[in-house]
Each structure stands twice: as C-alpha cells, then as structure tokens.
Design a protein around this ligand. Sequence first.
Ligand SMILES: [Fe+2]
Ligand SMILES: [Fe+2]
Length: 130
Amino acid sequence: MIKWKDDFRIGIDEIDEQHKKIFKIANEAYKLLKDEFCIDKYDRITELLEELKDYAKFHFSFEEEYMLSIQYKDYFPHKVAHNSFVEKVNSYDLNAIDENQDKYILEILEFVVNWISQHILVTDKKIVAR
Ligand SMILES: [Fe+2]
Ligand SMILES: [Fe+2]
C-alpha cells in the first residue's frame, strides 16, 4: 500500500485533498496488482489510467490557477513539470500493457508514486514556502 503521510501536507487544504485523491487512485492500482482472482486486468488498467490522467489534469490546472492568482514566480517550470507527467501517462503503449499486465501495473505505480511524492515534497511545497 502507498500510505499518505503528513509530510506530504503543503498547507492548502484543497490541494492536500487533491493529492490524497491521487494516492487513492494509486492504491486502487496496487489492489488490482495484488488481485490474484482477476484473470484479465486490462479493462481495469485502462480505466485507472484514464482516471489518473483526468484527475491529474484537473489537479494540475487547479494548482496552476492558484499559482497565477498569487503571481507565483516559478509558475512556468512548475507547469512544465505537470505537462511532462501527463505526457508520460499518455505515452503508455496499451498493447504492451495487455501483453504483460502485472509488470506494467507495477511500472506505472512506481512511476506515479515516485513522481507524485517527489513533486509534492519539492515542487508543490515551494509554492507555499516564503
Ligand atoms: Fe504541482
Ligand atoms: Fe500537486
């Protein structure tokens, strides 16, 4: 399981809740990985990838609007980081995923969890650092 920890809190409630939701989606993927009774996971994987993509886009726009509203100076590099996450999620080859389902769930999970935790701890926290 991927645990949310208080260290991830950046101090803006709405953004913290959105980050928790991203961890929730990752946990759904983890449950799917561990599900031994599910023979074909393909549909769930594509559903979860869609959900992740949609929610990440929603969250990133929210954060970007917030940064603009406070005239945050590092808006552009932060937005570029968001875009690169969406591009990476878009770049998964669905046929390859179908061929090797558990391997890909694990790979996607590792990418998402590492990226999100690093991004929250370093980049998102800078928004509120004064
Ligand atoms: Fe961010
Ligand atoms: Fe964020």
